[in-house]
Design a protein around this ligand. Structure first.
Ligand code: PMP
Length: 477
């Protein structure tokens, strides 16, 4: 009863009626997922997958308390926020309580993209300026306004051109970025300052062209750029530059918020800063579309003073708010932040041990249940192991473990599981990854292994890449 038609039919209908730009995971052999429980998802044949990617199903897929809250409120009323409703104000009060002092005014919307779009609108109205500083490889949403500040999409061959009011700062990536360990022989604080000074330079550039800076927007830990943990002092020095130039600071917490980092509810807190505007989404509804912008009374007043009403049909409807309140209940009651800290530290330590065991593991980084493992073909040169990362993802799927990859070279394995992830799940993930990486280590030394490892790939170009790697390895032998 979990599917209306056989998988082959679903594929046919999807190809016919869904825009081809909407891409599937595992394109040549997609998964049909029909239900989820906690950190597990099930396909149409009942096969169970360990979900290590889904930061939206924050408190676990289909958490009964969240499902119940949505079902109850749906059976009472779902309407717009022009009527008073307790769920809306309770949610605002609870969210604000988790934020530092000045952030006390909320706007509710339906997605991370909408939240960032509204944040930009607030910043423009408040500063009366237009120029935005964003980080290279950043992604802030699919709306036209957000694609323009998302080098993740701007950098693609078919992507739109970068508008002149957008300034791109280097990613504060101390492994692969402009300033790195140990090449630049600097302390973490110094590297943080050097990266922040890059933003300072862009502030002066924007001032010199007579327009000035409106806003700096960044994820507090950049997930789309490849699970980047900025060096200490990066955001505090950056915010200083931006504020001195008269701009406001927007923290995009759409992926990394709601306790994922383990030590704090919000990832910006790990950098000791207080943004002017915070955007939250994804985990907030555990799969239901709800997001928010939280800002200061001054910025909210500038917006209200325009006299233009802000109306959003679904933003802050009672069903979405009841669901978001239930998500907050679960985070508190099941102490999921502490769990992210405990399980995340275990996962990180176990991944760290892989670095010493495998030729492909170049860097391991993370905070809480936000972890990245960067694969390289040469540890000295830090050459991205893009084809190998793709191979690892496919092999893990065969082992019924779902992970993804990211970063400008698509060579960073990305773990951001539901927060109910356990130490046993982390062990299973790392033990399996250990085995899969060992298979690839083998490609260096054994002819026979080379043949075996090349065959499972489903993509011709990757076969070619691996084959050429294999030939090089054979030459070396
Ligand atoms: N910001 C970040 C950091 C994101 O990762 C995303 C989605 N991947 C968005 C914004 C946009 O959110 P949505 O897809 O809900 O519009």
């Amino acid at each position: 009863y979990l599917q209306s038609m056989p998988k082959s039919e679903t594929i046919k209908l999807r190809e016919k009626h869904i825009g081809a730009a909407c891409q599937l995971f595992f394109r040549s052999s997609p998964l049909k997922i029909v239900r989820g429980i906690a950190q597990f998802m099930y396909d149409e044949s009942g096969e169970r997958y360990l979900d290590c990617i889904n930061n939206v199903a924050h408190v676990g897929h289909c958490h009964p308390h969240v499902v119940e809250a949505g079902r109850n409120q749906m059976s009472l009323i779902s309407t717009n926020n022009r009527y008073l409703h307790d769920e809306l104000v309770i949610l605002a009060k609870r969210l604000v309580r988790t934020m530092p002092g000045p952030l006390s005014v909320c706007f509710f919307v339906n997605s991370g993209s909408e939240a960032n779009d509204l944040a930009l609108r607030l910043a423009r109205i408040h500063t009366k300026r237009k120029d935005v500083i964003t980080l290279d490889h950043a992604y802030h949403g699919h709306l036209t306004s957000m694609i323009e500040v998302s080098p993740y999409k701007l950098n693609l061959p078919g992507g739109p051109e970068k508008p002149e009011w957008v300034h791109v700062a280097p990613v504060p990536d101390v492994y692969r970025g402009k300033y790195t360990y140990p090449k630049d022989s600097k302390s973490e604080e110094e590297l943080g300052k050097m990266y922040a000074d890059e933003v300072g330079k862009l502030c002066r550039l924007a001032e010199s062209n007579g327009r000035g800076v409106c806003a700096f927007i960044a994820e507090s830990l950049q997930s789309c750029g490849g699970q980047i943990i900025p060096p200490h002092g990066y955001l505090s020095n950056t915010y200083k530059h931006v504020r001195e130039a008269g701009g406001v600071c927007i923290a995009d917490e759409v992926q990394v918020g709601f306790g994922r980092v383990g030590t704090h509810m919000w990832a910006f807190e790990t950098q000791d800063v207080v943004p002017d505007i915070v955007t939250v989404g994804k985990p907030m509804g555990n799969g239901h579309p709800v997001a928010a912008v939280i800002t200061t009374p001054e910025i909210a007043k500038s917006f209200a003073d325009t006299g233009v009403e802000y109306f959003n049909t679904y933003g802050g409807n009672p069903v979405s708010c009841a669901i978001a309140n239930a998500v907050l209940d679960v985070i508190e009651e099941e102490r999921l932040m502490e769990r992210a800290f405990r399980v995340g530290n275990h996962l990180l330590a176990r991944c760290e041990s892989l670095k010493h065991r495998h030729r492909l593991v170049g860097d391991v980084r993370g905070r809480g249940l936000f972890v990245g493992v960067e694969l390289v073909t040469d540890k000295e040169k830090r050459t991205p192991a893009t084809a190998e990362a793709k191979h690892v993802i496919n092999r893990m799927r065969e082992e019924k473990i779902l992970i993804s990859r990211d970063g400008p070279d698509s060579n960073v394995l990305k773990f951001k599981p539901p927060m109910v992830f356990s130490t046993q799940d982390a062990d299973r993930l790392v033990d399996t990854l250990d085995r899969v990486l060992a298979e690839l280590d083998g490609t260096r030394i054994s002819n026979m292994t080379l043949e075996v490892r090349v065959t499972p790939l489903d993509d011709t170009s990757d076969k070619d890449v691996l084959r050429s790697n294999a030939q090089q390895a054979m030459k070396a032998i």
